[in-house]
Ligand binder design. Structure first.
Ligand code: IMP
Ligand code: MG
Length: 178
């Protein structure tokens, strides 16, 4: 059994590098087919999605661009205290087909923020690609169009995902060891 220790915790592998690569090929093929002849803009959500976005994007043979946005925490001046702001939108997306690229969709709160932002920008079409999806945790009704793997509602790391900043460089996905 493949195990790793990150800081004070132990994790065991649940999705191998090989399985991820196979799934990337399948998802990219699907996207290439779905948008043949169209131009698309990929929007990766930092930090976690950087690895999935890069691996997916290199398999895309459409006319395509990629950009990244980030949810930045800062101390707001209003009474609600900490506010998260979406930063990095510098691409004109009006009337464009946009594919949002997420590492993992958990409750869906992050995704909803991004989608609302895209609606304001008058995009033509919004699709969502998530490497990992926790159906038991999902509390929204935005359809996830391309899903790498559905996983149980447990904390995972690797393939871009971190535990307190570490573990993002692991090429496969690991779950907290019991
Ligand atoms: P949501 O807004 O609840 O859907 O959570 C989405 C974000 O939380 C993801 O983009 C991740 O950055 C983070 N996240 C959710 N679940 C995990 C996990 O199991 N491991 C690491 N990060 C996670
Ligand atoms: Mg994320």
């Amino acid at each position: 059994m493949n195990e790793v220790r990150i800081l004070d915790k132990k994790f065991r592998e649940i999705i191998s590098e090989q399985a991820i690569k196979k799934r990337l090929d399948e998802i990219a093929l699907q996207i290439n087919r779905d948008f043949t002849g169209s131009e698309v803009i990929f929007v990766g959500i930092l930090n976690g999605a950087f690895m999935f976005a890069a691996d997916l994007f290199r398999r895309i043979d459409l006319k395509a661009r990629i950009t990244f946005v980030k949810l930045a925490s800062y101390q707001g001046t209003n009474s609600s205290g900490s506010v998260k702001e979406l930063i990095g939108w510098n691409e004109d997306m009006e009337n464009k087909i946009v594919i949002v690229v997420e590492d993992i969709v958990d409750t869906g709160a992050t995704l909803e923020r991004i989608v609302n932002e895209l609606v304001i920008r008058n995009v033509a079409e919004i699709k969502i690609a998530a490497m990992l999806f926790k159906p038991e945790a999902y509390m929204r009704d935005i359809p996830i169009n391309y899903i790498g793997f559905e996983i149980p509602n447990k904390f995972v790391i690797g393939y871009g995902l971190d535990y307190n900043g570490y573990g993002r460089n692991l090429p496969s996905v690991y779950t907290l060891f019991k």
